[in-house]
Design a protein around this ligand. Structure first.
Ligand SMILES: Cc1cc2nc3c(=O)[nH]c(=O)nc-3n(C[C@H](O)[C@H](O)[C@H](O)COP(=O)(O)OP(=O)(O)OC[C@H]3O[C@@H](n4cnc5c(N)ncnc54)[C@H](O)[C@@H]3O)c2cc1C
Length: 304
């Protein structure tokens, strides 16, 4: 199939918080700007029901509402949006090329804002139950469907515990699998105390997932006690994984300099090693390792 060619000043890969913010700035600078987003405008922030740390929202807001405002603001400044997956990039020449299935976008600058995707446990049968078969990554999306049910949360970082607390508004019981010793969690102290005081939350310490079991849908999560090796099957309706995120930077491997964790390396101007190519968001870094502030969401993994 012959691909159509379109021209822009700037193409932004990813329509999460970073891509939308970049879009607002490019749009205001009167640059002809396109945001390419493969799944959902708003990115990972739309997975959460409660954002309490964004300035200007003293009562807090939801991820969907906040990202809806970012989207509206970018559109107001004339940014174009296309819902499609970027398959390949060619960035070495002055005219950069960003390719999707049907179109070849030519532009003068590219901003990589492709963010991350949830990390999997790697336990047996995980692939069989992803998304609508019982393993979820989004409490906002799947909480209501679990009204009156028993769910499990894997992890003890901020996302795991805060989303677990949110799930108690719907589910009868929220079982949290924590790999650490009793009372030790990776989340902030406020969330930790709220969770420990929540009568609907139950903690299974020193555990990791050994396997996921069920017929068509997930029915049982088999946990393994890291101290005793004992396997413990737990019946659940849905299992929510909050064990960190990994960068969506595979298509830039060998094209842009990445650090050993797959983050795009940038300087203080957010420039990558390729002229005219910038990176922004949770997986842009000027460190060969991780930024300290990025450790928040991945603290649990980093400490394991
Ligand atoms: C459950 C949860 C709760 C959170 N709570 C908070 C909170 O309370 N406060 C807070 O400050 N932060 C919170 N965060 C973190 C916040 O969501 C992230 O910091 C933010 O989403 C990072 O934005 P980003 O644009 O860098 O990446 P992302 O949000 O990951 O966006 C990247 C986008 O790029 C798209 N993309 C990737 N590859 C391609 C491709 N090849 N082609 C086209 N599109 C592509 C993806 O589909 C995605 O939409 C939370 C995150 C989660 C998951």
């Amino acid at each position: 199939m012959e691909k159509r060619t379109e021209q822009y000043d700037v193409v932004i890969i990813g329509g999460g918080a970073a891509g939308l913010t970049a879009g607002i700035y490019c749009g205001r600078a009167k640059l002809k700007t396109l945001i390419l987003e493969k799944t959902l405008v708003g990115g990972l922030a739309t997975y959460t029901n409660e954002i309490e740390n964004y300035p200007g929202f003293p009562e807090g807001t939801t991820g969907t509402d906040l990202m809806g405002l970012f989207h509206k603001q970018a559109k107001k400044f004339g940014v174009d949006f296309k819902m499609t997956d970027v398959k390949a990039v060619s960035l070495d020449d002055e005219v950069k090329v960003v390719e999707t299935f049907r179109v070849r976008y030519e532009c003068r600058a590219v901003i990589v804002a492709s963010g991350g995707k949830p990390r999997l446990t790697g336990a047996q049968n995980e692939d069989k139950y992803l998304y609508d078969k019982g393993i979820s990554f989004c409490a906002t999306c799947d909480a209501a469907a679990n009204t009156g049910k028993t769910v499990m949360v894997i992890g003890s970082g901020d996302a795991a515990i805060e989303e677990g607390i949110f799930l108690t508004k719907f589910a009868d019981k929220v079982i949290v699998s924590v790999m650490h010793d009793p009372g030790k969690m990776d989340c902030n102290e406020i969330a930790k105390n709220q969770a420990l005081d929540n009568p609907k939350m139950e903690f299974m310490w020193n555990t990791t997932v050994d396997s996921f079991e069920g017929e068509e849908r997930l029915e049982t999560v088999v946990l393994k006690n890291s101290k005793t090796g004992e396997l413990q099957p737990v019946k659940v309706d849905t299992c929510f994984l909050f064990i960190g995120y990994v960068p969506n930077t595979e298509i830039f491997s060998g094209v842009l300099d990445l650090n050993r964790n797959g983050y795009v390396l940038v300087n203080e101007k957010m420039e990558t090693n390729v002229s005219g190519v910038f990176a922004a968001g949770m997986y842009a870094t000027n460190s060969l390792n991780k930024w300290p502030q990025q450790l928040g969401m991945e603290r649990s993994l980093a400490m394991e």
